[in-house]
Every structure is written in structure tokens, then in C-alpha cells.
Design a protein around this ligand. Structure first.
Ligand code: SF4
Length: 357
């Protein structure tokens, strides 16, 4: 599928080079919300471009906000009527982080994840990924009661980003070139698709963004039970890849994290902590991020706080670098692992029309 930049390049082939830059830049101006508003173009060009390139590839189905008004979730629809979810959440610096989806559904079938139950429908295009950012940019522009700055984008919504490698890479390149975010403000989360992780090591066009690997257990059998994408040698392969990554990108050591969702009685016991410590020692100094489990109507429940604290302490005592992620948006099913598009739209929309949609 041709992306927006390619179509624009063809359309503007006989125009001076700066014209393409102007048009692509216009897509990231919060105050211009349709082709018609792009005043640097003549009316004739605005009409011509609008006939070939839609302003936004996604339309709004529903918008929800959390009680604390620090998290918003949108259900959006693609031109071929596929639905996906994206989340806007306040971060620790009081700016906004956006969680984007990279696929409609997901084939990885992680057993604790709501999206995993949907199965896989299709990859999102680079424009559909970028337009989740633009959707929230326009949303904020229409809400002067809210902080305007979007400082981070995390690829942790629906889908496995590295299973949609090329489109994800293009979307990262676009966000890096069109916004004020640097590569350490973008995070790609993965179950750990080893062939794709290896590709990142040699792909010079892959931007130096943060990578978050969903580890969730350093015990082979437990991990296979939680994550069907796992396989017997996975932990060895991941350890080997991590060492190679650190060798190649020593300066990016802090930009690789291992995510660990805390599931009561499944992966939160002292023996599990010890296996995690052994894994961490095998790969060198790494950062482990503990995530409280959010209810997805699965067989799991979140670890008791005593178990979580004891687990964390065991890691800290062994000098493992460990952090804990705060949970946001659980009341609107916008928290990690909770994204699933409901077939019927019962979502309350308390915001009216989002400008530009
Ligand atoms: S956790 Fe991520 S990779 Fe696993 S099923 Fe859910 S969306 Fe897919």
C-alpha cells in the first residue's frame, strides 16, 4: 500500500522541492485541521490533493475519559471499517504520552491480554499509526483546559509492533522528523520476536528508539504458559540478543527495558524472582519494569501488594535495576493489556465532536 508521503511526492513531482515539505509539515500543525485550511496552498492544489489523499486515515467512533481525567481512550475506525484503540495519558512530567496500536487485533495471543483474544485482522499502515498521534494532537488543540504538550509515544496498544516492522519503522521516522520528540521519547514494545530484534541490530534505518521487551517470566515453562509465542530456547536467544545489543549499542543500554507483569501465584513467587535475577546477571545490567496486572477478564489476578513488594525487594537486594509502572485508565479499560474494541459501541462520548474529524 502506498503511503501518504509517496502519493504526495508523485502529485507534487513538478512543484519546487519546498512544496512537499510545506504540505507534509501542514499535517502536523494543530491549527490546520483539513486540506481546506492549508493556506500555503492555492485553492486549486488544495482540491487536487484532497481528491487523492485523505486528511486523516482514521475517524472517531467513541471517546472516553477516566474519572481522574488523566487518561483518554479513543476507538477509531479505518477506511475499511476496522476498529482500533489508542490512549492519551498524563505522564510523570505532567505532559501527555500516547499509546498507539500497530495492528488491528494481534496474533501473539498472550493469555493475560484482552487484545490477544481478538485474533489478528491486519497490519496498520504507517499513516494509520501516525494518525493516532494526529488524532490526539487535534483533540488537545480543541481543549484549552488541558496541557497541550505530547512528549512521548509508546507502541504498546493493540498488536505486536515488530510483526509490522516496516510500517512501524516508517511511522517512527515520520514522528521523529515532524514532531519535537527525540528517539528516547518513543518506545516500541515487543514480545521479543527474535528475528526482528536481530534485524534491528543491522538495520541502519531503524531509529535509536527505546525498546521494551515483554519478558513476564524468566522460567521457560511459565513463560510458555503465559505467552504462546514463546519457545523452549527463547530465554537463551533473548539473552544472546541482549548481549549483542549492549555490545553494539553501549550508549543505548538505558533504552532497553524488560517488562514483567505481576500475576498472582503465577510468576510472583521468590523462586520466580531468583530466576529473574539469574537472567539479569546473564545479560549484564538491565532494567526490569514491574507492571501491576490490569483486569482483562482472564483467569489471572494481580499480585497482592505484599508479594509485589517482596518480589521487588528481592531484586533490589540482588542489585537488579527495577522500577514499577503506575496504572492509569483502568476504569475505562485503557490500561496495559486491556485494549479490545467492543463490537457494539456503548462508549459514552462526553466531548462532542473532536475538531477536524
Ligand atoms: S500483550 Fe501485546 S503482543 Fe501480547 S497479545 Fe496483547 S497486544 Fe499482542
Amino acid at each position: 500500500m502506498e503511503n501518504r508521503s509517496e502519493i504526495l511526492r508523485q502529485l507534487l513531482a513538478d512543484q519546487p522541492a519546498f512544496r512537499l515539505q510545506q504540505v507534509e509539515g501542514a499535517l502536523f500543525r494543530p491549527d490546520w485541521q483539513s486540506w481546506d485550511s492549508v493556506s500555503v496552498l492555492s485553492k486549486e492544489w488544495r482540491v487536487k490533493i484532497s481528491q487523492s489523499v485523505s486528511w486523516l486515515t482514521l475517524s472517531k467512533v467513541a471517546l472516553l475519559q477516566s474519572v481522574r481525567r488523566d487518561t483518554f481512550k479513543a476507538i477509531l475506525e479505518t477506511a475499511d471499517h476496522r476498529r482500533l484503540e489508542t490512549v492519551l495519558m498524563k505522564n510523570s512530567r505532567d505532559f501527555w504520552s500516547i499509546c498507539v496500536s500497530s495492528q488491528v487485533g494481534c496474533a501473539m495471543a498472550c493469555t493475560f491480554c484482552a487484545t490477544g483474544k481478538m485474533g489478528f485482522t491486519r497490519n496498520l499502515s504507517s499513516d494509520e499509526i501516525v494518525d493516532q498521534y494526529r488524532f490526539w494532537m487535534y483533540f488537545l488543540a480543541g481543549r484549552n483546559d488541558l496541557e497541550q504538550r505530547i512528549s512521548n509515544v509508546v507502541y504498546m496498544g493493540m498488536g505486536e509492533p515488530l510483526a509490522n516492522y516496516e510500517n512501524v519503522k516508517i511511522s517512527l521516522q515520520i514522528l521523529l522528523s515532524r514532531t519535537d520528540m527525540g528517539p528516547t521519547r518513543l518506545t516500541v514494545s515487543t514480545v521479543g520476536l527474535i528475528p526482528m530484534l536481530k534485524k534491528i541490530l543491522v538495520d541502519e534505518t531503524w531509529p535509536p528508539v527505546r525498546i521494551a521487551v515483554s519478558l513476564h517470566s524468566a522460567d521457560t515453562k511459565t513463560r510458555a504458559a503465559i505467552m504462546p509465542s514463546s519457545y523452549p530456547k527463547f530465554l537463551d536467544d533473548l539473552a544472546a540478543w541482549t548481549r549483542e545489543y549492549f555490545q553494539k549499542f553501549e550508549s543505548r543500554r538505558r533504552h532497553l527495558t524488560f517488562e514483567y507483569v505481576m500475576l498472582a501465584g503465577v510468576n510472583d513467587t521468590p523462586p520466580h524472582a531468583d530466576k529473574l535475577i539469574m537472567f539479569a546477571r546473564k545479560v549484564g545490567k538491565v532494567k526490569i519494569n514491574l507492571i501491576p496486572y490490569n483486569d482483562t477478564k482472564s483467569k489471572y489476578s494481580t499480585s497482592e501488594s505484599e508479594a509485589l513488594i517482596a518480589f521487588e525487594k528481592r531484586l533490589l537486594d540482588a542489585r537488579v535495576d527495577v522500577t514499577r509502572r503506575r496504572t492509569m485508565g483502568a476504569d475505562i479499560a485503557a490500561a496495559c493489556g486491556q485494549l479490545i474494541v467492543e463490537k457494539e459501541n456503548k462508549a459514552p462520548d462526553s466531548f462532542g465532536e473532536v475538531p477536524g474529524l
